[in-house]
Design a protein around this ligand. Structure first.
Ligand code: ADP
Length: 272
């Protein structure tokens, strides 16, 4: 499976006084299995972009292909696409509503028409994948910690067996420990499952350490797109738009730890 965007534009409230061009001529190809980070300030178009991936928002112009097939075609099954591209929204715990964890995670598979036994099986598998403790399966989701609630919400999407998992700011509102735990878990998930993972964040710090490709959004445009090393080669430009400044040392260290940069190269970049 792959996602291809060709000249995607999106304008909110077109033709009104509130018109807002949120995406401008976006061209992208995301191959199967990649771990991608999308970074940019609030309002840069990240959420608008990812809602195109599963057809929740239809482009004002341009073409989006899933597995080479135009999703805007008349015959295209958008319902199926929505189960293949699982989207975990910001603060997903606001959408937990069942009486216990396992029933909540079963919600998606149940809607897919699976039997109660199959649903439970899917839910257990998904909860395991996000490292959720078994002794809490029967607990009310409302009694969980912030990080645990988020795991349950992610499991709810995983239980539908998506080919692509898109997470919009999965660390928003968590403390540093909870943040690291969730990101580590997502990285582990990507390792274990044959799945594309797309992680959206406004924090370079969150993204840099984990992903293999970074897409930088700025004012509705794709500013950079490449491996962390390629993107950070532009760190002066990133700094100029406020996307790298306080974290440069961190990023360099992360790159060094990952063997992406060797020390001498890093020194050159820092001194440049
Ligand atoms: P991000 O996810 O990077 O914060 P968004 O995709 O939410 O960015 O927003 C991109 C731009 O579109 C912003 O200028 C935002 O104000 C505008 N926007 C987002 N949602 C709407 C909406 N429902 N109606 C009008 N404008 C919107």
């Amino acid at each position: 499976m792959s996602i291809t965007l060709e000249h995607i534009n999106y304008t909110y409230s077109e033709g009104t006084a509130y018109e807002k061009k949120a995406l401008k001529d976006i061209n992208l190809e995301i191959p199967h299995g990649q771990f991608v980070g999308i970074i940019g300030h609030t309002g840069s178009g990240k959420s608008t972009l990812i809602q195109h991936f599963n057809g929740l928002i239809k482009a004002t112009s341009g073409v989006l292909k899933y597995n080479g097939e135009n999703i805007y075609g008349e015959q295209y099954d958008l319902r199926k696409l929505r189960s293949q591209v699982g989207l975990v929204f910001q603060y997903p715990e606001h959408q937990l509503f069942e009486t216990d964890v396992i029933t909540d995670v079963c919600f998606g598979p149940k809607n897919q028409g699976l039997s109660p036994e199959e649903c439970k099986e899917r839910a257990r598998e998904a909860l395991k994948l996000v490292g959720f403790p078994e002794e809490l399966y029967e607990v009310s989701p409302f009694d969980l910690s912030g990080g645990q609630k988020r795991r349950v919400a992610i499991a709810g999407v995983l239980a539908m067996h998506p080919q692509v998992l898109v997470l919009d700011e999965p660390t928003a509102g968590l403390d540093p420990k909870g943040r690291d735990e969730i990101l580590d878990q997502i990285a582990l998930l990507h390792e274990k499952k044959d799945m594309t993972v797309i992680l959206v964040s406004h924090s370079m710090e969150d993204i840099a350490k984990y992903v293999e490709r970074i897409i930088v959004m700025n004012r509705g445009e794709k500013m950079y797109d490449g491996t962390p090393r390629e993107v950070f080669a532009h760190y002066k430009e990133l700094e100029a738009v406020g996307l790298a400044a306080p974290q440069v040392t961190y990023i360099m260290n992360a790159l060094r730890e990952n063997g992406i940069l060797v020390s001498s190269e890093a020194t050159t970049v820092e001194e440049a």
